[in-house]
Design a protein around this ligand. Structure first.
Ligand SMILES: [Zn+2]
Length: 110
């Protein structure tokens, strides 16, 4: 069952909402100010997925929502998936670089 996280564009409040049906997702309003001008953040369902299922679900032909990249674990995933699609052999070096990118350590080396 998906739990969607929203950020109100009017007051900045963040809240999560369990959405049973897709139709309910469109009727969500801010709990603070009642505004329906909401941005959806990454759902916890996505966060709980394993990397394997993330890779399987990731469509590299489609651009991701900017919120997608707010989850640091998604950084580099696209590149990894793309490389796999191309049959490229990703050595340990790639994983290492990816880890640095995710943790922000790569910035120290630039
Ligand atoms: Zn609000």
């Amino acid at each position: 069952m998906p739990i969607y996280e929203y950020e109100c564009k009017s007051c900045g409040r963040r809240f999560s909402r369990l959405v049973m049906k897709v139709a309910e997702a469109s009727g969500v309003r801010c709990k603070g100010c009642g505004s329906s001008d909401l941005g959806r953040l990454i759902s916890r369902v996505v966060v709980m997925q394993t990397e394997k299922s993330r890779l399987e679900n990731l469509d590299t032909g489609k651009s991701q929502d900017e919120n997608y990249y707010r989850d640091s674990r998604n950084i580099g995933l696209w590149a990894k998936k793309r490389a796999q699609d191309l049959g490229a052999d990703l050595g340990p070096q790639f994983e290492e670089t990816l880890e640095k990118a995710r943790s922000g350590k790569i910035l120290d080396e630039l």
